[in-house]
Design a protein around this ligand. Sequence first.
Ligand code: P71
Length: 455
Amino acid sequence: MLFEPFRIKMTEPIRILSREERERKIREAHYNLFLLKAEDVMIDLLTDSGTGSMSANQWAAIMVGDESYAGATSFYKFEEVVKKITGLKYILPTHQGRAAERILFGLVAKKGMVIPSNTHFDTTRALIEYNGATALDLVIDEGKKPSLRHPFKGNMDLNKLEEAIKKFGKENIPLCMLTITNNSGGGQPVSMENIRETKRLLSRYNIPLFIDACRFAENAYFIKKREKGYENKSILEIAQEIFSYADGCTMSAKKDGLVNIGGFLALNDENLANQAKNMLILTEGFPTYGGLAGRDLEALAVGLTEVLDESYLAYRIGQVEYLGNRLIEKGIPIIEPTGGHAVYIDAGSFLSHIKPENYPAQALSVELYREGGIRSVEIGSVMFGKREESGRFKPATLELVRLAIPRRVYTMSHMDYIAEVAGKLKDRVSSIKGYRITYEAPHLRHFTAHFEPIE
Ligand code: P71
């Protein structure tokens, strides 16, 4: 039987709000869960990013953080761990993932260029588009069918990738990305074979491969469990092989770095690394701290080591699977099999009476809060849908509600509570109504949009 492989020595209270209070809070937040105060949320599944608990060893490391402006000891500890895992040569700390992306894409994503990926997550897509380039999602078709089971639904479609290279020309593709695990598509892993073959194909055209490495350890665990030949390898060995195919990576360490803030950009190309270093100094800070404090780098060095522990990963992936199974038992459609960091409810199918332009996944996420104080995140047409210049509505590929599980924060009984709340919605699903947007920002509108229910 699965249990949490840790003891809890410090707790945080959860405030229980009445249904009337929740109704008022969500209305005041314009039906956007990002605009709720955290103290008004009972179970917070908005994101697994920066929301985990640090271990006693990480807190101890915080105390020995070296806050020197230049050449801090903490930087060299961090750099050594990142080099050991990735084998990449130039390691630049940043305050979080999108700072690494901003620097990278600011240098390579010129107007008219195309950057393929299995699936870009919101910040990578937005930063590529902000720089005038085009972000292409080329995940295998199996990855777009929520109920279809496949061990590596995050895989790149190699035929589509080769077609894209021929269509756009290799000179217009500065790099190709692989997001591991594939966040927008359900936290689904990419197989080692697919990473190797993607690299092999790109090498023929001299296109570098970059890994969006947020959840690399969770991806490595899936490879160990599902891919032939890896069952006896350690997570570290698997991670090292993954990165051996990469020319660089961006990382939001707020996920598999097991820290509350941090990230990095790692590169092999000396020329690109020098340009990136100059941008880092201009916009984040001196290269031995990036946008971080010395203590953050200490905690990250420990976190990147702890995340490779197999009993931690078995619990982590097992907890997500446990929640997924409880939802399936209640007849709630989810992306199957469950991925690494979250359960994704297929709101398009669960709320099939709401059209994509009325945001079924937004409607479901509001309802989870009303019913049980649970905060989730919409990954559907609010996040990825568009109104084209012609006025035509272009929906997202999938309408999903993501229940992201923070690392080492909630117990199995919290999972049971979440499943019970979702089960109650099942009984009154046809009464749930759609929404319209009343305010939106030009980029990443989901963070600040206002909504109103359609009566
Ligand atoms: C996640 C996030 C952060 C987020 C996004 C949207 C709503 C709420 C929270 C961030 C990622 C990511 C991948 C694959 C780059 C970033 C940016 N994810 N790539 O999943 O998942 O990292 O947040 O540190 O800048 O909740 P950053």
